[in-house]
Design a binder for this molecule. Structure first.
Ligand code: 13P
Ligand code: SF4
Length: 309
């Protein structure tokens, strides 16, 4: 009797599908994926896919971005409810009103937003290229940055640029506790703190390295230290530990978490191996983006990809 992983791999071949997974997916899903990466890497990979079906093991905005970039492929997501607190914080009608109040501003949006919001944007960015994208804008041009205020504050600090920030945040990265982090660091004073820029400023101030999930993995691989406290979603520890089996990785502690020492994204964890199997078998739920929105949303993503070369 074949196990679920073997059946998924068989079905994937039969259906000429590829599985793209984010680092926050559960370990079993990462293990059967053709590619595991951060938001930028996943977009670049999705664009290149030649197979008939892209099964996106991630959240809705990621699968939607894949569809925008590679519209002739069938893009399926194991659970349509796999959303994102950042994307949900930014409804298109309110965002349109905000933009209309500041017509002279260039609109830069973090990729964690809906296709409708991307369609209202001038340039999209991810956590791995946000600083570069903001720096590419002419100095005298005012900027709106949405939806992540924490990433926005970090970019303002790094670039010295003034930006109007949308009031959105990631529920997972806002759950880290500074007091508990300091306690853990006292127990492991030789550990280097690394953090994702969706974290709050007081957490970022403690970090020796700040970057995207892919950037954090690269840092741990190339840094000579052997111990790290990792302030991002705990799913990253699977691939990170595979890359540095000899190093000690400690998840940064969350505020009100008595059961688990780490932070998990409930949206990312809606996908399961069983749902991946069912999704491939039935080729549903499918991601559909209306063509008029897709065309408008494509332009700011293409600008980002061009600037990321
Ligand atoms: P990256 O993997 O691009 O750093 O994004 C992190 C994240 O929170 C995705 O939802
Ligand atoms: Fe959204 Fe945060 Fe979950 Fe990423 S970790 S999908 S930003 S809620």
């Amino acid at each position: 009797m074949k196990n679920l992983k073997e059946r998924i791999l068989e079905l994937k071949k039969e259906k000429n599908a590829v599985i793209l997974a984010h680092y926050y997916q559960e370990a079993d899903i990462q293990d059967i994926a053709d590619y595991v990466g951060d938001s930028l890497g996943l977009s670049q990979e999705a664009m290149k896919v030649d197979a008939d079906i892209i099964l996106f093991a991630g959240v809705h905005f990621m699968a939607e971005t894949a569809k925008i970039l590679n519209p002739t492929k069938k893009v399926i997501l194991p659970d349509l409810k796999a959303g994102c607190s950042l994307a949900e914080s930014c409804p298109p009608d309110l965002f349109k009103q905000f933009i209309d109040q500041h017509p002279d501003h260039i609109v830069i949006t973090y990729v964690n937003c809906s296709a409708e919001i991307k369609a209202l944007s001038d340039i999209v960015c991810t956590s791995s290229n946000a600083v570069k994208i903001v720096e590419s804008v002419l100095k005298d041009r005012p900027i709106i940055f949405a939806p992540d205020k924490n990433l926005g504050k970090y970019i303002i600090e790094k670039t010295g640029r003034e930006m109007l920030l949308w009031d959105g945040s990631c529920v997972v990265h806002e759950a880290f506790s500074l007091d508990k982090l300091i306690e853990v660091h006292k127990l492991h004073p030789d550990a280097t703190i690394i953090a994702h820029p969706e974290s709050e400023t007081h957490i970022l101030k403690t970090a020796s390295y700040i970057g995207s999930t892919a950037g954090m993995i690269e840092y741990v691989k190339t840094n000579s230290n052997n111990k790290f406290i990792v302030a991002t979603e705990a799913g990253i520890l699977h691939k990170m530990q595979q890359e540095v089996p000899e190093k000690i990785l400690i998840p940064a502690p969350a505020k009100d978490d008595n059961t688990c020492a780490c932070s998990e994204c409930a949206y990312m964890k809606m996908n399961s191996l069983q749902k991946v199997y069912d999704c491939l078998l039935n080729e549903t739920p499918e991601i559909v983006v209306p063509e008029n929105i897709r065309k408008k949303a494509l332009l700011p993503i293409e600008r980002m990809l061009e600037l990321s070369k």
